[in-house]
Ligand binder design. Structure first.
Ligand code: SAM
Length: 273
């Protein structure tokens, strides 16, 4: 006999889990990993096997990397034990024995890996916690030194005039909640920005400031210069294409030399060792 379908209880600020909401609204691990694996394969003519995820939070990218198969291993770094524990329980544990191929470090991203990674990445602009250039350089130099011989260091970034605007962007997410990206303040002289993520629910409740970002908004050209100065002999930029109605990104990133002068863009910088 077919069991009656259980009605899913609507999410509210009280019942929801902020890491689950974050992963569902912000991250696209499959396409990110496909992109990283593709650019490594193209540049080096062989697949990358050892992966390192910096500022990993719940280690969702690491989990997705491990799922590629038995030869794939990973390390992930975050200073906060709370998202790490959440990721161990909800992302890695369901993989069973395969989870042993991932090692989660509760450490600063400037700490060395257990073994040199082929690909090392810092996603969702997290390196912007380094507000002073000296700190950013320390991080980039450590990343360069720690990579495998033909390794590749990848960071993403948000740029264009809109990235400096005080604005609130709302996106409805399947499952009954709204993700709110709140660019709360930006100071031109210091380049500092304060952003929040809020989650709003159908019952009118809100998880206010579920996540806070106290950042320096680094520009693309200055990041590129910093990577070159940190020792990467070659730095490439990948630019997102435009969607069909011409209003947003299409999730497809291609190499570019000059980019495109648009109000808001997401790009990747890739430092090749
Ligand atoms: C925006 S979350 C990134 C989550 C996930 N990686 C993503 O792409 O969406 C930033 C994470 O960086 C961590 N973090 C901040 N400073 C750090 C540092 N110096 N070393 C290691 N982790 C750090 C925080 O604890 C937080 O979990």
């Amino acid at each position: 006999m077919k069991r009656p379908k259980q009605r899913q209880r609507a999410l509210t600020a009280k019942s929801a889990d902020k890491y689950d909401l974050y992963q569902r609204s912000v991250q696209s691990p499959e396409s990110d990993i496909r992109f990283l694996a593709r650019i490594y394969q193209t540049a080096r003519g062989r697949p990358a096997t050892h992966f390192r995820e910096d500022f990993c939070g719940t280690a969702l990218l690491t989990t997705t990397w491990i799922k590629r198969g038995a030869r794939y291993t990973a390390e992930a770094f975050d200073i906060d034990p709370v998202p790490l524990a959440w990721g161990r329980r909800h992302n890695l544990a369901p993989l069973g024995n395969a989870a042993a191929r991932a090692y989660l470090h509760q450490k600063d991203v400037r700490a060395p890996s257990k073994s040199p990674p082929d690909i090392r990445c810092a996603q969702n602009f997290s390196y912007c916690v380094f507000k002073r250039r000296a700190e950013l350089m320390q991080y980039f130099r450590a990343a360069h030194k720690d990579l495998a011989g033909k390794g590749m260091f990848v960071i993403d970034l948000h740029g264009g005039p809109e990235s400096m605007k005080d604005t609130e962007e709302r996106t409805k997410i399947a499952g009954g909640f709204t993700y709110v990206w709140d660019q709360h303040e930006y100071w031109p002289v210091t380049g500092e920005t304060k952003c929040y993520i809020h989650f709003r629910f159908r019952d009118g409740s809100e998880m206010h400031r579920a996540f806070t970002y106290d950042w320096r908004l680094w520009g693309l050209a200055e990041l590129k210069d910093a990577l070159l100065e940190a020792g990467f002999p070659k730095v490439e930029c990948y630019w997102e294409g435009t969607d069909e109605d011409g209003t947003g990104g299409n999730g497809v990133f291609r190499r570019t030399r000059r980019g495109e002068n648009c109000d808001s863009y997401i790009a990747y910088l890739v430092g090749l060792k």
